[in-house]
Design a binder for this molecule. Sequence first.
Ligand code: NI
Ligand code: MN
Length: 225
Amino acid sequence: MKLKYFGHSAFQLTTKNGIKILIDPFLDGNPVSPVKSKDVDAKYIIFTHGHGDHVGDGLKIGKRCNSLFICVNELAEWVKSKGLNAHNMHIGGSHNFEFGRVKFTIAHHGSLSPDNQYTGEASGVLITIEGKTIYHTGDTGLFYDMKLIGEMNPIDYMLLPIGDNYTMGITDAVKAVELANPKTAIPIHYNTFPVINTDPNEFKKRVEGIGKICKILSFGEEIEI
Ligand code: NI
Ligand code: MN
């Protein structure tokens, strides 16, 4: 399958048979994304939480593509209140979709929609497709249960924030990699705005220092995983 990074927390997965899944598609307002919302489509859209830099252009894309949204219950209800389709889930729960399995995890963060509606708990998400598990942590601080998440769901790719201020910074993110023990760590949620500017090469160096693999994706880069 293919994994494409748009910068910030936004990704697109494309399965072998061409099913497209967007995660936190913040594109038009995202100063580092080389791709805009009109240029992407998705059968499924996953939100980690309701903040504007994660919900992004999801509703617009979902309307155009008749996408199914996958997120925690309160956020799914907000999506449905906009006339769109959602599959309600919650933290700890998993479900098999046609493309693979989705499981929500805790994340230590807030959640509020761009129009100031309560959208439940912030989450992380484990996505298992074609035998590979991707852990998108969402926005979060460091928490020790990342160790349990990694033990119970062996992780191939961990997508985790390093930008500090709203989420983990580099030091905490390196500890998160140590706890969750993924095969490969990919830094996210940095250099979008000045307040979250940081050096991903410093993160990579320190991840390699604990004997782990780190891959920095450039904004707009797509890799085969
Ligand atoms: Ni957030
Ligand atoms: Mn964020």
